[in-house]
Design a protein around this ligand. Structure first.
Ligand code: ATP
Ligand code: MG
Length: 164
């Protein structure tokens, strides 16, 4: 297993279960719990990617060496964009949206359309369900989606998903 050393400066975002670091064009999802096993989540994400569902391309499981813990982590494609829920609720400041390349000018802010983002999410999650993937209710929603430049929406976060 490849190892990567990460520092606070590489921080990108987080959820309740893991924090995500950014290294160039790669995102590394590091669980908070050192005993967490990411193999199942990796496999689900791989399955979704192979079925053509819009998810970050999963690369490999790595050993992530953080300042206070070493964990098994998922290295994947970094989606340039913002969390869809944060975006719709206007939680992210304008400057942050610019630096994350979600928008390149103030004019573009007006073009961010919550209905469109929601409809992209519904389309993608329905595709996943139709291919036999099931996400727990607690993991389903816009907070587990990233809206990117180019008007694309990616599903993220497959902890506790199953495939039937
Ligand atoms: N590949 C990626 N590219 C860009 N941003 C990402 C990527 N993966 C995750 N993120 C961002 O990081 C956040 C946290 O990741 P994720 O949802 O996978 O963590 P989590 O702790 O499992 O979340 P939860 O609290 O929903 O269980 C996401 O909501 C999303 O905004
Ligand atoms: Mg999440």
């Amino acid at each position: 297993m490849n190892a990567i050393t990460l520092s606070k400066g590489d921080y990108h975002d987080e959820g309740a279960y893991a924090e995500v670091f950014k290294v160039g064009k790669i995102a590394i999802k590091c669980p908070f719990r050192t005993e967490a096993d990411v193999a199942e989540e990796f496999e689900i994400q791989q399955g979704l990617f192979q079925e053509g569902i819009k998810v970050p391309e999963p690369y490999e499981i790595v050993e992530a060496r953080l300042p206070k813990r070493t964990v098994q982590a998922i290295a994947m494609e970094l989606i340039p964009g913002a969390n869809a829920r944060d975006l719709i609720s206007r939680k992210l400041p304008f400057q942050e949206l610019i630096s994350r390349e979600v928008i390149s000018s103030l004019d573009e802010l007006a073009l961010i359309n919550p209905s469109l983002i929601k409809s992209l999410y519904r389309t993608e999650i329905s595709k996943a369900f139709s291919k036999g993937f099931i996400s727990p209710a607690s993991e389903t929603g816009l907070y587990n989606a990233v809206y990117s430049l180019k008007n694309e929406l990616y599903l993220v976060d497959f902890t506790d998903w199953i495939r039937v």
